[in-house]
Design a binder for this molecule. Structure first.
Ligand code: UDP
Ligand code: MG
Length: 324
């Protein structure tokens, strides 16, 4: 198997989308942590089509440190595709992902490495003292549970991207050519000896979350439909159940009219029609939506579009090396 791994000991992969407020502080915190590790490393920033001054700041980092590489994507492809781009270009024997907004403290990196050194091939994290709005906390608790159940996974906290992966896992992920995915879940599927450790979590002080309600729903649909066919089967079963129920209801109303002589045949017909119409149109719409989700994904898979496009890579010693 072709692998680029092992050229440096550690790659840190950071997706960045409109994070001009956070980047300087992130770098100030990250750099000393990396230097104190006593290992060879690279830091890969992926600029995910930012429209603010993010790219300029990343370029400055690249100019000032040979360990920094910047992958400038051609458009906004989303957090997980940006991380994929980082994985594709990573050279480390171990890979750690990190958010750019300082919600995952870089000071946790040595703890993750310690677990990896102990032989764990995927080191997940869960947030303690999570500092997000209550709506996000409750929603993600429900979704974590639901997703674990239907995708047959055991991940405590899907939202925490501070995670460590062995090169072997990254190679497998790089070979999975899905066009929508959720990286922690994908990695967990291939992990031999995963572990999860608690990490501190901070409130986002600078900039705004890039996920509104709509994006969160999308992300969770990606997560569920990429890893399970259960939603599809649930809909079929709900459809069957509700059809059976409305049939029973109709039968009951029919029997009532026939044997007890309650109401007129005219009103029976009207009520029956109303009752069944409601239920059935609800199920139909919902089912169509879910089927649509899967078909949309199949469409994306078969169209085999590249998952992301790279505008330019800034790396020292690379062919696009801008600096001597
Ligand atoms: N991000 C990205 N592309 C996007 C959205 C987000 O690369 O389309 C990055 C973002 O810059 C940050 C990380 O993904 O480094 C997590 O995003 P955010 O903090 O907005 O998510 P949240 O913490 O609210 O889940
Ligand atoms: Mg965040």
């Amino acid at each position: 198997m072709l692998t680029k791994g092992g050229e440096v000991e550690l790659s840190v992969v950071i997706p960045v989308y409109n994070e001009e407020e956070s980047l300087h502080r992130l770098f100030e915190e990250l750099w000393p942590v990396m230097e104190n590790l006593g290992r060879s490393f690279e830091i890969i920033f992926i600029n995910d089509g930012s429209r603010d001054s993010t790219m300029g700041i990343l370029y400055d980092f690249y100019i000032s440190r040979p360990e920094v590489r910047v992958i400038d994507l051609g458009a906004n492809f989303g957090q997980h595709m940006a991380i994929m781009a980082g994985f594709d270009h990573s050279r480390g024997g171990k890979i750690i992902t990190l958010d750019a907004d300082l919600q995952n403290p870089p000071s946790e990196i040595p703890n993750i490495l310690k677990q990896m050194d102990a032989g764990h091939d995927v080191v997940g994290t869960y947030r303690v003292g999570r500092q997000d709005p209550i709506f996000r906390k409750v929603a993600s608790k429900c979704i974590n549970r639901l997703t674990n159940r239907i995708a047959k996974l055991k991940i405590r906290d899907y939202g925490c991207m501070l995670r460590g992966y062995d090169r072997r896992i990254i190679d497998i992920i790089n070979q999975s050519h899905e066009s929508t995915t959720f990286i922690p879940a994908l990695a967990q599927k291939f992990a031999v000896d995963p572990i999860e450790i608690p990490v501190a979590h901070r409130e986002r002080e600078l900039g705004q979350s890039k996920y509104g309600l709509f994006q969160l729903i999308r992300l969770n649909f990606d997560l569920m439909t990429s890893f399970s066919l259960v939603p599809l089967q649930l809909v079929t079963m709900a459809g069957m159940l509700l059809s059976a129920l409305s049939f029973l209801l109709l039968f009951y109303m029919f029997a009532r009219r026939l044997f007890l002589g309650i109401g007129t045949w005219q009103s029976f017909l009207e009520q029956a029609f109303d009752a069944s119409l409601f239920v059935i149109s609800g199920i139909t719409l919902f089912s169509l939506g879910i089927i649509g989700e899967y078909i949309g994904r199949i469409y994306r898979e078969v169209s085999k579009r590249p998952r992301y496009s790279v505008r330019k890579i800034f790396e020292h010693g690379g062919k696009d090396d801008e600096k001597a």
